[in-house]
Design a protein around this ligand. Sequence first.
Ligand SMILES: Nc1ncnc2c1ncn2[C@@H]1O[C@H](COP(=O)(O)OP(=O)(O)OP(=O)(O)O)[C@@H](O)[C@H]1O
Length: 618
Amino acid sequence: MRRIGLRALAVPGLISLAILLVAVAVPLLPLADPVRQDVANRLAGPSAAHWLGQDEYGRDVLSRILWGARVSLSVAFAATAVAAVIGTLLGILGGYFRGVVELATVRVAEIVLCFPPLLLALLVVTLLGPGAGTLIFSLSILFAPGFARVAYGETLSARALDYVTAQEALGAPTGRILVRTLLPNIAAPLIVQFSLTVASAMVLESGLSFLGLGVVPPSPSWGLMIRGARATMEQAPLLLAWPCLALTLTVLLLNLLCDRLRDALDPRGRAAGRPGFLRRVLALPAAAAPGASVPGLLAVEGLTLQVPGPAGPVQVVRDVGFSLAPGETLAIVGESGSGKTLTGLAIMGLLPPAVTPVAGRILFTGRDGSVRDLLRLPEREMRRLRGRDLSMIFQDPSSSLNPLVRIGVQVAESLRAHGVAEGVKGRVVALLRQVGLPDPERQAMAYPHEVSGGQRQRVMIAAAIANHPRLLLADEPTTALDVTVQAQILALLAALKRAEGVMGMVFVTHNLAVVADIADRAVVMYAGEVVEEGPVAELFAAPRHPYTAALIASMPEGEADRLTAIPGAVPQPWAMPAGCRFAPRCAMAMEACGATSPALAEIAPGRATRCLRWKEMA
Ligand SMILES: Nc1ncnc2c1ncn2[C@@H]1O[C@H](COP(=O)(O)OP(=O)(O)OP(=O)(O)O)[C@@H](O)[C@H]1O
């Protein structure tokens, strides 16, 4: 469980625990007897002996509230737990096996949903007589189909995913797949459903008790207390306030607790949302205002990104800097985990929730010539830039296009999002033709699954260049495609760049061969840092960092007998070696490399390296 999740869980968790403890320990507390009447003092206000006053029979209100919590909570939790177990089981079985099993589980459970809940509860209570046991029974019947539907829907989605198919391909037994693979992956929405159901169960229990169909008087229950207080509302309005307040606060607290629990249980942090402008800017130190004198199109300076690690925050991108001129193509290259994607996402203002920028600036020159720091730009302004001045193409065109919307409509969206209203259809067809889609009029009407992977990527590119962006960010746009299609897409990007003239491109890749094809300059990243930078031709001809040299030597396009893999792997962000981060894998490492962390030093105009021994490589 994530540290952040645990911290957020602490407050609602502790309060809920305290309420539960009080409910459990009520018999041990020095409270007045909740059913002992004192008619002489009926409706008496708060006093030292009765902190919240006395009710219409002179019973102690505080004692009845606490005893009522015990009854309400135990009925609500017991009914929800029974409903959760039965409903989840039915939903998972129905969703996994489908067919007859689905009919016998989910569909049968859904019959219950056809009855109005109160009517069904009335029927059960009439048949079995009022009491806590009957309440638990009728509430669990009422709530089980809700769990079955959530579990069923989630199982259907998860069933189609690769990790479930992979388990089946490995021959894992069905029971194991259901319990070990499916259940944890559908747990988050079930937990939310649990919170909502406990809250509904408390409200329904109070409602039924209020109607005289739940807890039997004189036993204390919040519903019964509201019923009693209603009759004397004009003489003692506070009596109505206490049970209502207890009910409302407990329901709100339960919802908060379960929301936090869901966030903490989900390691993807998907519920956390992107860090808001305020949180992002508060994490950043104040930076000098961007002057209008910054040359070029883009200047990334000292960019440092942080994520929560097992033992505190870790920097996954450290002090990264580079610049880009209009019309230039810069490649960011490095192995998996080197921080290339996060650097690109930081430029677009699309960092995942767990990643926080803690230092640096990203200066961008807009169409109007003004220079803005993208790291400190409010989300509203970023949204105006995205898709117009800044555009991005992603690695996997299958997951970046909406499967339910026609291709032409998706390209038109990017035009309409930035105020284009006239002649959209003609421009979409022209764009699709520009990116080389055959028969663009017909293809515009196709759905993404009806065209090939390469064509989908062409559609993504059409949407990205629709508004003539000043900067196009391409994150491994050819990795998901086969080699011939890769070459076509690279040729298309190069042609588009020539046609667009001033459009700059940042091309993120792990493939040096692609860098040679497309880029003017390259930044080589390793373990979150820039280790070398320079014009592509110079980098290839004379690398000045052992990592660049090793990457070149490991290119499959080289002579097969000289192909050399780089030993070891990129270190984990929370276990970075002291000194030079590449030293443990470097053939040229010497003692000093393990002790000092070399700075990125400019060795010639436009060339920089982070190596103590770069001169020896010359
Ligand atoms: N959402 C996240 N939460 C926590 N850590 C993350 C997150 N995204 C990335 N990281 C970490 O940041 C580091 C850099 O990730 P990044 O995706 O930028 O690498 P990359 O060079 O683009 O690799 P790849 O080519 O595999 O995408 C990795 O070590 C990764 O574990």
